[in-house]
Write a protein that binds this ligand. Structure first.
Ligand SMILES: Cc1cc2nc3c(=O)[nH]c(=O)nc-3n(C[C@H](O)[C@H](O)[C@H](O)COP(=O)(O)O)c2cc1C
Length: 193
């Protein structure tokens, strides 16, 4: 079995001023960087200078750093806050820049909410959307309910239970990423060469 490192970029899915999701994404990025089996890179929807008068894959080429990362990626982690039980438009605008580059890669979803359900509803809302992108969603999510209470002012996570939860989440995402990489490299498909 291929035990090389997997490349799993993280996408921070909101540009809101004062966003709590940034703490989650940064904490997770550090956790992932600590692992020997993962390479990661944190992308932030704020860094995408999206035009007002165009949209979608026709402008994907204007974001080469993102496109190159997704071409090379084995999977993706999306940190998504729950906004009215859905996902932020800014996240969707960034994801919609590409399409074929995602196909047959894994995605793990990290829900963040002010309320007590940890973004469970937005995670479920993401499932049919990422499926249409060709991503294969893991059955393990991470959830950050009442996120304001989870970190101190320096971004230190206050609940130790997240260490094991995150390890389990990543183990599964890495397994899926490796299985799909094997498939992309060994099984013919009209969706990739
Ligand atoms: C437009 C909007 C809608 C929201 N809707 C919900 C919601 O449906 N459920 C919930 O638990 N929190 C909701 N929140 C609160 C966010 O989940 C909360 O701000 C949390 O910290 C994660 O988002 P953030 O990264 O922008 O801070 C909403 C926030 C905004 C800005």
């Amino acid at each position: 079995m291929n035990q090389e490192k997997v490349f799993l970029p993280i996408l921070l899915g909101t540009n809101r001023k004062g966003r709590e999701s940034e703490k989650v994404a940064k904490w997770l990025s550090e956790k992932m960087s600590d692992r020997e089996d993962v390479e990661t890179k944190l992308f932030d929807v704020r860094d995408f200078d999206l035009p007002q008068d165009d949209y979608g894959t026709s402008i994907g080429k204007d974001f080469p750093e993102w496109r190159d990362a997704i071409v090379r990626a084995d999977g993706l982690v999306v940190v998504v806050p729950e906004y009215n039980h859905g996902y932020p438009g800014s996240l969707k605008s960034v994801l919609d820049l590409l399409l074929k580059e995602y196909i047959h890669k894994a995605v793990g979803l990290v829900g963040v909410s002010a309320g007590p359900w940890g973004g469970a509803r937005v995670v479920e809302a993401c499932v049919p959307m990422v499926r249409e992108l060709g991503l294969a969603v893991t059955f393990t999510d991470l959830n950050f309910p009442i996120v304001k209470d989870k970190f101190d002012e320096n971004g230190k996570l206050l609940d130790e239970a997240y260490n094991k939860r995150t390890a389990d989440f990543l183990d599964e995402l890495i397994w899926m990423s490796r299985a799909l990489r094997w498939g992309r490299e060994n099984l013919p498909s009209k969706h990739h060469q």
